[in-house]
Design a binder for this molecule. Structure first.
Ligand code: HEC
Ligand code: HEC
Ligand code: HEC
Ligand code: HEC
Ligand code: HEC
Ligand code: HEC
Ligand code: HEC
Ligand code: HEC
Length: 318
């Protein structure tokens, strides 16, 4: 390259730099505009209302802000349904103050008003209603409410808010086990099922819930069971033990499914015999007998399924 071209090169480089700088500034400005527009969209009437509560209830608003309730309208899944032209009945639960007559909503998501009603003008002089944490939840969680009604906790009329913090919607304890063991002492953890599953969460067996059936929900708004009866159903056991590989992994290497099940059942029978011999109370014996029958049936079911539908387990574990 000749030295004559150097000034030209420099001019070119400077020109390219200027263009790049211009593009960069322009992009950043455009992004600023876009994010302004986004936050502009978010600051709708309803958020403004929650903001007024935040003046005095900053901790409650902070807890609520990131909850599934606050975002129940904004989630990708729900927005997708909106784009598809959702059935307006969805708004009864995913929005606040839906009026079937006008089709209007007071706010997106489950806001303070959904649970506390309209705040009086002269609050805090006049109190805001605080509901009992049962009926207010039942309005939208009817399936769970019905489960709770027949549960030992429902029989004690224990509000949902005993276990769930109403604002962040999480369990009030750092783990499910800590929650259960806060009321139920370790002394309940006797018997075969408890003693062989010390690593499991109480909710794996007592709060068994299937997969949330999103498809059914998107079509009809129907809610899936959430296991709040507190019963231990056979399904809870088979959900884990249906998985052949996992089950076998807990057994000796290379064991056959049939042999493994037989060994388990034999062990359980021995367990029942020894409990009987120790003259334990009959309820414990019934429990273990129940488990034996459950395992036997479960085992047979698993075997049948593994034979009839080869490949099923492989798919499940993926
Ligand atoms: C009776 C109250 C109720 C109605 C009516 C309702 N939902 Fe839901 N929806 C819920 C609850 C509660 C959950 C959370 C369920 C769970 O995890 O157990 C949920 C979860 C969802 C989810 C998955 C979570 C998310 O936000 O991405 C979507 C999507 C959804 N609903 C869309 C809809 C659509 C569409 C309709 C109308 C056909 C509808 N819902 C009607 C209460 C309701
Ligand atoms: C899902 C329903 C629900 C929503 C949404 C909700 N609350 Fe509550 N709130 C309750 C219930 C139930 C109680 C009673 C607490 C209890 O039983 O322990 C309560 C109690 C309160 C209390 C008094 C006790 C406390 O925790 O300080 C305040 C204040 C309050 N709510 C403010 C708000 C504000 C502000 C919002 C909106 C950001 C809000 N709530 C949203 C259900 C709700
Ligand atoms: C000017 C401050 C202020 C604002 C704004 C405010 N509150 Fe309160 N709120 C209070 C005070 C003070 C109490 C009484 C607290 C206490 O005794 O624990 C209270 C109590 C409550 C309670 C408990 C029941 C009661 O009334 O004693 C609820 C629920 C509640 N507020 C909801 C709301 C909601 C929802 C909003 C927004 C729409 C809101 N508050 C806005 C000051 C405020
Ligand atoms: C206005 C309707 C409405 C009310 C009232 C309501 N919820 Fe919800 N709740 C919902 C919806 C909708 C969702 C699902 C949001 C999502 O996943 O996008 C939900 C989600 C939940 C979840 C989380 C579910 C999950 O799959 O993670 C819990 C827990 C919950 N609610 C408990 C409560 C309790 C406790 C109360 C009463 C204090 C209550 N809710 C009152 C509509 C409501
Ligand atoms: C004895 C404690 C307790 C009581 C009472 C209780 N719950 Fe729960 N709830 C739990 C636990 C534990 C979970 C599981 C949380 C997890 O693993 O994510 C749960 C989960 C949920 C879920 C989410 C279900 C899912 O599939 O993810 C909803 C919704 C819910 N509860 C609503 C309610 C309502 C409504 C009531 C009152 C009618 C209630 N709960 C009463 C302990 C309780
Ligand atoms: C706030 C206290 C409290 C919490 C938290 C609690 N329970 Fe309970 N539970 C009770 C009471 C009270 C009863 C009814 C009296 C009894 O039978 O012990 C009960 C009954 C039960 C029963 C029936 C006992 C029987 O003898 O038939 C089971 C099972 C149970 N709870 C499991 C759980 C599990 C699992 C959790 C955690 C998700 C949990 N509980 C959380 C208080 C609690
Ligand atoms: C592997 C499954 C499993 C796990 C995990 C489990 N349980 Fe159980 N639990 C059972 C079975 C089975 C029963 C017998 C009663 C039944 O069929 O409902 C039972 C009974 C109970 C009872 C009633 C006891 C009685 O005397 O009638 C309580 C309370 C209880 N469990 C609490 C807990 C708590 C708390 C945890 C967690 C620390 C837990 N369980 C974990 C399976 C389990
Ligand atoms: C969350 C998953 C899970 C659930 C739910 C579950 N199990 Fe298990 N189970 C396991 C695992 C993992 C092992 C292996 C534990 C070990 O070897 O220490 C096991 C071991 C066993 C064994 C063999 C014990 C041994 O000493 O070899 C039996 C029998 C059994 N479970 C029965 C049940 C019954 C009955 C239920 C329902 C009440 C149940 N399981 C619920 C995961 C589960």
């Amino acid at each position: 390259m000749s030295t004559q071209n150097r000034p030209l090169h420099i001019i070119l480089i400077v020109f390219v730099l200027v263009v790049m700088l211009f593009i960069a500034t322009w992009t950043v400005a455009a992004q600023d505009d876009a994010s302004d527009a986004e936050t502009g969209d978010e600051v709708t009437v309803e958020v403004a209302e929650v903001q007024t509560c935040a003046e005095c209830h900053i901790d409650v608003v902070a807890d609520w802000q990131d909850s599934v309730h606050a975002t129940a309208f904004q989630t990708e899944g729900f927005q997708h349904a909106v784009a598809e032209g959702l059935d307006s009945s969805c708004l009864e639960c995913h929005a606040t103050g839906y009026s079937p007559v006008t089709g209007e909503i007071a706010a997106e998501g489950v806001t303070c008003e959904a649970c506390h009603g309209t705040t009086p003008e002269n609050h805090p002089e006049e109190p805001v209603p605080v509901l009992n944490g049962i009926d207010v939840c039942a309005e939208c969680h009817l399936t769970t409410y019905h489960e709770w009604q027949v549960s030992p906790h429902g029989a004690e009329n224990m509000p949902c808010t005993t276990c769930h913090d109403p604002h962040p919607q999480q369990i009030r304890f750092e783990s499910n086990n800590a929650l259960c063991l806060d009321c139920h002492g370790d002394d309940v953890l006797t018997g075969f099922a408890h003693e062989t599953h010390t690593e499991n969460e109480c909710t794996d067996c007592h709060w068994h819930r299937g997969e949330f059936d999103t498809q059914a929900h998107l079509v009809t708004g129907a809610l899936s069971p959430t296991g709040h009866e507190g019963d231990v159903e056979t399904l809870a056991c088979t959900t884990c033990h249906e998985n052949q590989e996992e089950y076998l992994a807990s057994r000796e290497a290379g064991a056959e499914m049939v042999t493994a099940s037989r060994v388990d059942i034999a062990e359980l029978e021995a367990e029942v015999a020894s409990v009987r011999a120790q003259g334990e109370n009959s309820s414990a014996v019934h429990l273990i007998q129940g488990i034996v029958v459950g395992i036997a049936l479960g085992g047979i079911l698993v075997l049948l399924m593994s034979r009839l539908r080869p490949g099923r387990f492989d798919r499940r574990s993926n």
